[in-house]
Design a protein around this ligand. Structure first.
Ligand code: C2E
Ligand code: MG
Ligand code: MG
Length: 287
């Protein structure tokens, strides 16, 4: 970036920047080994349906346990993975691991729960997402009809044009449940929303902040719920931390909630215990 400023580019290299770029380089080279070294894992966070009063899904969130640095969160490395192209390998690993987990839960029997993964724009554009999903299910001897797979995308990816929309339509026809993550914070053309191949909207947590006391957020969140549902979409509230927020969401008929109040992201073994009793009674129990 500094290069574009020409002759005086050195002025832009402050000590913080050097440290920062060194940090990025360190992350990048460590990330190259993280997959082979088995340092990544998926945590699972429950999604609770307010109407049915039960857990209906889980979102897989990647975690990196580095031998020296300890636990790293996605915000510390996903962007770097995207910029360096490492996201393709990482994304495939996430899908494979999620399918292996689905297969384990499927073998345990019980009600099928939706398992969602986050996908990067890269994965939608490179065009092999559906093939990765299909071959993963095949490897784990699952029929698409036996499982419910969710894909979290961001609003901005929908800007990428017709190829992305085509990919999403194929994924949806195959049976994937498409959710727009952090809805309301990115590019959103309400005109296009009705034509999008999307099943659900996840309200950006910023709009849940200080609800019901923040009247602007109250109005926005209520409007997203009512608009989304009118368009036939499922509405999910993420980052639900307080009983006040929960009461508001119930009052406005929000479909699903996800957040620390319901359950934090948890390691696979803990999620497996949750699956064993079909996620029923979990929420009341955990409160
Ligand atoms: P996201 O998909 O919007 O996931 C929700 C984030 O909010 C997660 O952070 C989750 O731990 C956190 N969260 C959930 N409930 C609460 C709550 O009640 N309060 C607060 N303060 N936070 C809550 P996490 O796991 O650090 O992930 C951050 C982001 O990284 C994700 O946002 C997603 O965009 C990205 N990400 C995570 N896993 C993957 C992955 O496997 N692939 C890709 N491409 N991106 C991922
Ligand atoms: Mg998500
Ligand atoms: Mg989100």
């Amino acid at each position: 970036r500094a290069k574009s400023h020409g002759r005086n580019s050195y002025e832009f290299f402050t000590p913080e920047m050097v440290t920062h770029s060194q940090w990025r380089l360190a992350i990048e080279s460590a990330l190259r080994h993280a997959l082979e070294q088995n340092e990544l894992s998926l945590y699972y966070q429950p999604l609770y349906n307010l109407n049915r009063r039960e857990i209906v899904g889980l979102e897989a969130l990647v975690r990196w346990h580095h031998p020296q640095w300890g636990l790293l969160l996605p915000d510390q490395f996903i962007e770097i993975a995207e910029e360096t192209g490492l996201i393709d390998g990482l994304g495939d690993w996430v899908i494979n691991t999620a399918c292996a987990q689905l297969a384990e839960w499927h073998r345990m029997g019980g009600k099928p729960l939706r398992l969602s993964v986050n996908v990067s724009g890269h994965q939608l554009i490179n065009g092999h997402l559906l093939e990765t999903l299909q071959s993963s299910l095949l490897v784990h001897e699952l029929e698409p009809s036996e499982v419910r797979f969710g894909l979290d995308i961001t609003e901005n990816m929908l800007q990428a044009g017709d190829d992305v929309l085509k990919t999403l339509r194929r994924l949806r026809a195959w049976g994937a449940n498409i959710t727009i993550d952090d809805f309301g914070s990115g590019y959103s053309s309400l005109r296009h929303l009705k034509d999008l191949p999307v099943d659900a909207l996840k309200i950006d947590p910023v709009f849940l902040k200080d609800i019901p006391f923040d009247t602007d957020n109250y109005a926005i969140a209520a409007a997203i719920i009512s608009m989304g549902q009118s368009l036939g979409m499922n509405i999910i509230a993420e980052g639900v931390e307080t009983t006040e927020q929960l009461a508001f969401l119930e009052l406005h008929g929000c479909d699903e909630v996800q957040g620390y109040l319901i359950g934090k992201p948890m390691p696979a073994e803990q999620a497996t215990r949750l699956m064993r009793d079909n996620g029923q009674g979990y929420f009341e129990h955990s409160r």
